[in-house]
Design a protein around this ligand. Structure first.
Ligand SMILES: [Zn+2]
Ligand SMILES: [Zn+2]
Length: 171
């Protein structure tokens, strides 16, 4: 968890650096699984009464599977973040994180969770030309073609004719 002592802001911006474990409870129901801890690096600045800006970067690997062939993958996400924390829950800043007016510490956990949810891709492929599985026989087409053949493809018709010819000759 990442907590920043707000009283230290009296002396100027605070460098924040830390790591959130991949299985930290803040990621429960976040909709993704982390393969690595999250590296958090940034700076917290006071921005008027009850307002704080944090800017920095998050970096981690998300565990995912290829949408086409289901291979296990790791996807790096490393968003740049500019987050506003405010004591004014009714403010205009819809995207701001709310801090309790009597908080002495700022917890960056919720921000880390929300910012990662925004950048984790909903689906990924192992490579752009992944062929995935044959929808008819289920074979992984990255390992080679299957026996199924599209009816309307003229290239197959030609091959079929050739095969037929050969077997006629063979008999
Ligand atoms: Zn794939
Ligand atoms: Zn097939």
């Amino acid at each position: 968890m990442l907590r920043v002592d707000l009283r230290a802001l009296d002396e100027g911006p605070i460098e924040t650096e830390g790591v959130v474990a991949a299985d930290d409870p803040i990621f429960v129901d976040a909709g993704f699984v982390l393969a690595e801890p999250v590296e958090v690096r940034g700076r917290l600045t006071a921005s008027g009464p009850g307002r704080y800006y944090w800017h920095g970067t998050l970096r981690t690997d998300v565990a995912a599977s290829c949408r086409r062939c289901l291979a296990d993958l790791r996807v790096e996400v490393a968003p740049q973040v500019r987050a506003l924390f405010t004591e004014d829950a009714s403010g205009d800043d819809a995207a701001a994180y709310v801090v309790s007016p009597d908080a002495v510490e700022l917890d960056l956990g919720e921000m880390v969770r929300e910012e990662l949810i925004l950048v984790v891709p909903p689906f990924v492929v192992c490579r752009d030309d992944c062929r995935g599985f044959c929808p008819r026989c289920g074979k992984d087409l990255n390992e080679g073609p299957c026996e199924c053949r599209p009816e309307a493809d003229p290239r197959w018709a030609k091959l079929e004719a050739l095969k037929q010819q050969r077997s006629d000759e063979g008999s």
